[in-house]
Design a protein around this ligand. Sequence first.
Ligand SMILES: [Zn+2]
Length: 212
Amino acid sequence: MLAIGAHPDDIEIGGGGLLLGLAGNDLRARYVVLTGTPERQEEARNAAHSFMPNADLTLDLFDLPEGRLPAAWGSVKEILEDVARSCSPDLIIAPSSEDAHQDHRTIGELVPTVFRDQLYLAYEIPKWDGDMSRPSMYVPLSASIAQRKVELLHKCFPSQRARDWWDDELFLGLARLRGMECRARYAEAFRCAKSVILPAAYGSGAPQERDL
Ligand SMILES: [Zn+2]
């Protein structure tokens, strides 16, 4: 899988439960964060290893200017193109092109211009702008995974704990709401920005080989 974030903590807030769920399954993951001070990059590094403890993990941490990614459009595109040249993920999680935060939105607009034939799930991040939209994909989370996600958010991102919105109620409340929507206790929700279906997989016999 490929996980892309504008800022350290985006990937974990949006898809930390999914990462925890995938981490035990021979996961090979590429983890790319576009902005971050040295302190926050250290948090991102620690978080990636904490959320995907057994994964074969490649980290790419960049220091583009936070809050200014629209002006760094060319650099973002080059970074994503470099990633695309060196890996071919089955699954991409990244911000949404409909996200109200300019840095998230820039990445969400560029991902489908670089990655053409992958399952791309856009994660959601609660914010002051109130931009939550109607999700199309849900990943149910057990209570223990949901709790573990929140514990790791607090542990891995100490620089963010003083934010007035950063608390258990927000993270678990959103997960509970998304869980209710898919008849689970907790869930993470995504907007499916692209999915690729192989018709042969739905025929009478299982495909022997992916003939692409
Ligand atoms: Zn962010």
